[in-house]
Design a protein around this ligand. Structure first.
Ligand code: AGP
Length: 372
């Protein structure tokens, strides 16, 4: 009913709008006033975390994209090797696991069969399994050794939005907590990141307040057949997520690429007026990547692409090559997906509406995939 949707036309719009709160709720009580992470609720003793020598993340769809982003954060902050794998592929390749492996299973519903089978397999091999889940008491957390709940609240729309942002928050919390427990060389950086993460809801809010041009752009592209997405580093999974949202909702051909792969094939797809969304990393931090993406934008634009550039405030170098420029607030490099994903959600939702599609219940899809 209209009341359930809180005055919005679709649950998806409501859930997109709820993201600042979802993120804040997921952070609540997990960072103390002095910036120390307290995750006693995990019930994995620090001694066990100190012995972990490999992290493996398993998940499907949007949750898998969160896991891909988590890999960058976990390896950088904890220096523990981490791999992220599609749950549906994981157990069929006889993965190497033992009691020093920490497996993280990410799932909004907690009922995804592929993810459940992957975690059962991991536990049989003696690995410890931590679930990141949005649904209290669902099967995946019940069958795991530990759980960190996301507090997105119920997500009704089939296309995941607020659950994704809170999965990212939970992954960052785990990565920062493990770094804190083990003590890494990034002590100062971690303190700064924790402070900025604690306040990230405000920045998500800021993005939501500036989305009208994105909606307008989406409507103007309603009769296109294809949209490409490029990103690098943590922006690469964001590009994949942007493409997945567009497939699910707008039923358009959409693909996400690692920008560095452009010359290895995908650049052949570029033709006149093809919309290409580019997620630009911060010019601060790993600025080499920033400069490389700027040349990618120039290259595709020279071949006719219509460039839709998502870039941090104050990044002026992209201006001459952006046919459409979407500004996002400054964040620490690894946290950027929390703000850069939001315009892509809005974009897909508006395009779906413009094409007359059913936003909350896309064709052929179920909210939770309980068969393998
Ligand atoms: C997201 O928009 C999708 N509907 C889908 O990819 C989903 O994220 C995936 O099926 C995993 O679901 P889960 O988080 O409930 O395990």
């Amino acid at each position: 009913s209209a009341a359930e949707k809180g005055g919005y036309d679709y649950f998806m719009l409501k859930e997109i709008a709820e993201q600042p709160k979802a993120v804040a709720d997921t952070l609540l009580g997990r960072i103390d006033a002095s910036g120390v992470l307290s995750l006693d609720e995990l019930r994995i003793p620090p001694a066990v975390l100190r012995e972990v020598d490999k992290v493996v993340i398993v998940a499907c769809g949007t949750a898998y994209h969160a896991g891909m982003i988590a890999k960058y954060a976990i390896e950088h902050w904890t220096r523990i090797p981490c791999e992220t794998e599609l749950a549906s592929e994981f157990r069929y390749r006889d993965p190497i696991l033992d009691r020093h492996t920490l497996v993280i299973a990410i799932s909004q519903s907690g009922e995804t069969m592929d993810t459940l089978m992957a975690l059962r397999h991991a536990r049989e091999q003696g690995a410890k399994v931590l679930a990141i889940c949005n649904t209290n008491g669902s099967t995946i957390p019940r069958e795991s050794d530990a759980v960190l709940y996301t507090h997105a609240g119920p997500e009704v729309a089939v296309a995941s939005t607020k659950a994704f942002l809170t999965q990212l928050v939970a992954c960052y919390l785990v990565a920062l907590y493990v770094a804190q427990v083990r003590g890494t060389k990034w002590g100062d950086e971690i303190r700064d990141v924790v402070r900025e993460l604690a306040a990230i809801g405000t920045q998500v809010e800021q993005v939501l307040d500036t989305m009208e041009p994105v909606r307008e752009l989406a409507r103007s592209l309603a009769d296109k057949n294809t949209v490409l997405f490029l990103g690098r580093h943590v922006g690469y999974p964001v590009a994949l997520e942007g493409a997945l949202k567009l497939k699910e909702l707008a039923y358009m051909h959409a693909e996400g690429f690692a920008a560095g792969e452009l010359k290895h094939g995908p650049i052949a797809l570029i033709e006149d007026d093809l919309p290409v969304v580019v997620v630009v990393p911060s010019p601060r931090g790993r600025s080499v990547l920033h400069d490389k993406i700027v040349s990618n934008i120039q290259e595709i634009r020279a071949r006719g692409a219509r460039t839709i550039v998502i870039a941090e405030e104050g990044d002026e170098t992209v201006v001459p090559y952006a046919d459409h420029l979407v500004r996002i607030p400054r964040t620490p490099v690894l946290l950027q997906p929390l703000v850069s994903t939001v315009p892509l959600q809005v974009f897909a939702c508006e395009l779906a509406t413009a094409r007359g599609n059913e936003v909350d219940q896309p064709r052929n899809l179920a909210k939770s995939v309980t068969v393998e």
